[in-house]
Design a protein around this ligand. Structure first.
Ligand code: C2E
Ligand code: MG
Ligand code: MG
Length: 305
């Protein structure tokens, strides 16, 4: 690992040390045996990352974090049956920051546990009030399950909120299964035994293995948006969606298609016997106040096909 800093801008020694630090961390992040040269762009990226990390530490206390909700729609009944909670953060200087950017940083610096408890607590509160009756989905990072005592925290939130465990679904990506599969089986079985349901998010990407489906107690497979996006242009995407829904049906699991944006995509996933859909076509994630309870009947693929 190495790093270089050229003092072309003739900055002071303090600045030079900061720049050396930035290049060194970038080299470390890039992996073993890498050289990284400091550049103003690297400085900007690193500065933004530090601002995010710093801001995240107080974001909950400063009331900058909230949840948005995206409906899940049952394709048999054309009813909203569930709602997925998605974190939103408005940084006082940087503005709206995507969870795709801040969640990985929160995971790396250990803030994800606090954020995760906040999201679960607020989701269960909404699930017993404004969204009562719907299945509430909450995303959980692999690192939340690896350290600390996730199970007892979950039981506490269920008890204090009065949330029906069967109405709560935790969405996990397969990264949770890769790190330490034996440990993951134990904790997922323990969570499942509380009655809380488990969904495998972004299914079909990464290293998805069919053996996961036998070994881990998932109730639901969420078919990744990348397949849905290509449904009309790539025959193999259509075949994969059909194959996943057929397999899930045989195994007694539910399927949710993520990222449905057009009527044509909706019709294809409906014909593939997928159980539920989510996507901008029906509604983007939105604040509780604008969460849709009724759906446009003209979009119903069983009527418009
Ligand atoms: P995810 O759980 O797979 O959530 C789906 C993402 O796709 C959301 O992005 C949603 O806004 C977006 N999406 C939904 N429908 C459509 C569509 O039709 N088209 C397009 N282009 N996008 C669509 P978002 O809200 O930016 O969240 C990104 C990821 O951040 C989530 O992916 C999840 O992995 C993570 N995340 C969000 N909230 C939490 C949280 O509370 N805890 C954890 N651990 N991760 C979270
Ligand atoms: Mg999700
Ligand atoms: Mg997903």
């Amino acid at each position: 690992m190495g790093f270089t800093v050229r003092n072309e801008t003739l900055c002071g020694l303090d600045d030079l040390l900061v720049q050396a630090d930035i290049a060194m961390y970038a080299a470390k992040e890039a992996g073993r045996g890498r050289w990284v040269e400091y550049s103003p762009l690297l400085g900007e990226i690193s500065h933004r990352r530090l601002s995010i990390e710093h801001g995240l530490r107080n974001a909950i206390d400063n009331d900058e974090i909230c949840l948005h909700w995206q409906p899940k729609v049952d394709l048999q009944t054309w009813q909203v049956t569930g709602a997925e909670a998605l974190l939103r953060w408005r940084h006082p200087d940087l503005g709206e920051i995507s969870p795709m950017e801040f969640i990985p940083i929160a995971e790396q610096c250990g803030i994800i546990d606090k954020l995760g408890v906040w999201a679960l607590t607020e989701a269960c509160r909404a699930g017993t009030h404004e969204l009562a009756g719907l299945t509430i989905a909450v995303n959980v990072s692999a690192s939340q399950l690896q350290f600390g005592d996730y199970l007892n925290g979950l039981k506490d939130v269920l008890r204090t909120s009065g949330m029906t465990p069967e109405k709560l679904e935790l969405e996990l990506t397969e990264s949770v299964l890769i790190e330490d599969a034996d440990k993951a089986v134990t904790i997922l079985n323990a969570i499942r035994s509380t009655g809380v349901r488990l969904a495998l998010d972004d299914f079909g990407t990464g290293y998805s293995s069919l053996s996961y489906l036998r070994r881990f107690p998932f109730d639901t497979l969420k078919i990744d948006r990348s397949f849905v996006t290509e449904l009309l242009t790539k025959p193999d995407a259509r075949a994969i969606v059909k194959m996943i829904t057929d397999l899930a049906n045989e195994l007694g699991k539910r399927t949710v298609c993520e990222g449905v944006e057009t009527l044509e995509q909706l019709q294809i996933v409906c014909a593939a016997n997928c159980h539920e859909v989510q996507g901008f076509l029906i509604s983007p994630p939105c604040p509780l106040e604008s969460f849709p309870r009724t759906l446009d009947p003209d979009l119903n693929p069983r009527l418009s096909a």
